[in-house]
Design a protein around this ligand. Structure first.
Ligand code: FCB
Length: 521
């Protein structure tokens, strides 16, 4: 597949949003500053062995102090939209009760600077960093946390509602339940296995209450939820592998999408009520399935599933990357994830299979006839980057062609799939957000899995654009040029005020470099 920036730019409809994404806990640092309260992740990450090499999130990318510079880099990139999350603990340190004005002030400045830079803000209310007092009271196992999220949404709506283009209530509840409550790999570190089911329902209820609060505040922005979606592929035609893949599909995809888009949990899950105290009322289901303005879908990879207990719940490459012995992390699970025999993988061990973004979109269209407009709210890849010092030209280059190719192929495939005649032509695909603007604190994998368009040196905190940044800049500039000639009546988001990539090296230039490659720590 051809992935030149100009060719891809020509495929992108004028109204399509191209964005970059981050989350508060992964980039901000400044955990003890200006009245921020602790979050469950502060405590989890401080436990010896919880994070690879015991990396600490205390400073992260220091975005809290470097926000103006980071927004300037986005403006230069020329991006349409920035998706970031609010640190609940910075705004409402106790998770309930009083609001911290300094917390509101930080996001006020961020929003104002984004708008002044022509970048449209997409705000995630909850991206996993639950305030510690709520985690101590049971976190998402406690129904009360859902009401607290509704209350937090009302605070955010009142403070920022006038400036936010798009709201994501909850990010990837599947990951919170699986990693945080079932397997103990993320905060709050619970290993409840099937007994984690109430955390699903309470997060979805939190989504419903947050959505209700945003609508009650009459925010002009669009409101949606973000679920991760991974097509499940049986390892063979063996009926047991097929059954296993179907079960994984329920556990990771349908469990979270069905209630939101159809108002019902999958039948298999309703049968599991027998094992738990999980019994949702009709009123809860109505809240969870309120109409959405858009559906956020995070797509990274497909998952290959085989019957039998296997080595653990996490693919071996990924387990290694996380520095954990995860074997037995899903004791007794009747199926396991197994690598694709033919796939190139990212540094995380995640299979790179762009054709499956089309499968994901097609499955969503088939399953959910009333699917609202879709944004791919995250997509990207971690690779160990190499810093090349071009001494002659006195500059540093980071030739991350594999990341650039990942992004190009996934964006192109998603656009083709949703164009007339494509496998998912009925999906109204509105945009794609690259994960991530910056290399950052990748949860249990610490700083070992860089996803950024900008390299971050975690000692000096210096940001350096990678080849993927320049490629995206060129693409955005080319699209802007093409749009300038197009009908003036096209409705679109404010396009990034970034300048053309006049000084950006073409991607191919990286290969002609002089100087020694330095592996990035
Ligand atoms: C997603 C998360 C995001 C980041 C990427 C790599 O599951 O939403 O915070 O960790 O994966």
């Amino acid at each position: 597949m051809n992935f030149s920036a100009k060719d891809l730019a020509a495929m992108i409809p004028p109204s399509f949003t191209l964005g970059v994404a981050t989350s508060a806990f992964q980039i901000e640092g400044a955990l003890d500053e200006d009245g921020r309260g602790p979050s469950g992740w502060d405590v989890f990450a401080a436990k010896p062995g919880a994070i690879v090499d015991d990396h600490s999130p205390v400073v992260a990318c220091d975005h809290y102090h470097r926000m103006p510079q980071d927004v300037a880099l986005m403006k230069e990139l020329g991006i349409d939209s920035y998706r970031f999350s609010l640190s609940w603990s910075r705004i409402q340190p106790g998770g309930s009760g009083p609001v911290n004005p300094a917390g509101l002030d930080f996001y006020d400045r961020l929003l104002d600077q984004l708008l002044a830079s022509g970048i449209s803000p997409t705000v995630t209310l909850y991206h996993w960093d639950t305030p510690l007092p709520l985690d101590e009271a049971g976190g998402w196992m406690n129904r009360d946390t859902a009401y607290r999220l509704g209350e937090f949404a009302a605070i955010a709506a009142a403070a920022f509602g006038d400036r936010v283009a798009r709201w994501v209530t909850v990010n990837e509840p599947a990951t919170v339940t699986t990693n945080g409550y079932a397997l103990g790999l993320h905060a709050p570190g619970e290993s409840l296995l099937l007994k984690a089911l109430p955390s699903v329902h309470h997060q979805l209820l939190g989504h419903g209450l947050a959505l209700q609060a945003l609508r009650a505040a009459n925010v002009p922005g669009e409101v949606g939820i973000t679920n991760v979606y991974s097509p499940m592929i049986p390892a063979s035609s063996n009926p047991l592998d097929k059954l296993s893949s179907g079960l994984m599909d329920v556990a990771q995809n349908r469990l979270y999408a069905d209630p939101v888009l159809t108002g019902k949990y999958p039948d298999v899950i309703r049968a599991a009520t027998f094992f738990t105290s999980f019994s949702p009322s009709a009123a809860d289901m109505a809240l969870i399935s309120q109409p959405l303005d858009f559906y956020g879908l995070n797509y990274y990879m497909p998952t290959r599933v085989a019957a039998g207990p296997g080595e653990g719940a996490v693919p071996p490459g990924m387990a290694e990357a996380m520095g954990d012995d995860l074997s037995g992390s899903a004791p007794g699970a009747p199926f396991h994830i197994t690598p694709f025999p033919d796939a190139e993988t990212t540094a995380y061990g995640w299979p790179i299979k762009p054709e499956y973004i089309s499968v994901a979109l097609a499955e969503m269209a088939e399953r959910y006839p009333n699917l609202p407009p879709v944004f791919i709210t995250e997509g990207g890849a971690s690779f160990e980057d190499v810093v090349v010092r071009d001494r002659a030209a006195d500059r540093i280059l980071i030739p991350d062609e594999r990341r650039l190719r990942y992004l190009a192929e996934h964006i192109a495939t998603a656009l083709e799939a949703t164009a007339p005649g494509g496998a998912a032509e009925s999906v109204d695909l509105r945009g794609y957000y690259v994960w991530s603007l910056l290399d950052n604190f990748e949860w249990s994998a610490g700083y070992k899995q860089p996803f950024g368009l900008l390299h971050v040196d975690f000692e000096t905190l210096e940001r350096t654009p990678k080849a993927s940044y320049y490629w995206l800049q060129e693409l955005l500039a080319a699209r802007k040029e093409a749009d300038a000639g197009a009908a003036a009546s096209a409705i679109r988001e404010p396009s990034g005020a970034g300048q053309a990539a006049a000084e950006a090296p073409a991607v191919g230039e990286a290969s002609g470099l002089t100087g020694e490659p330095d592996p990035v720590p």
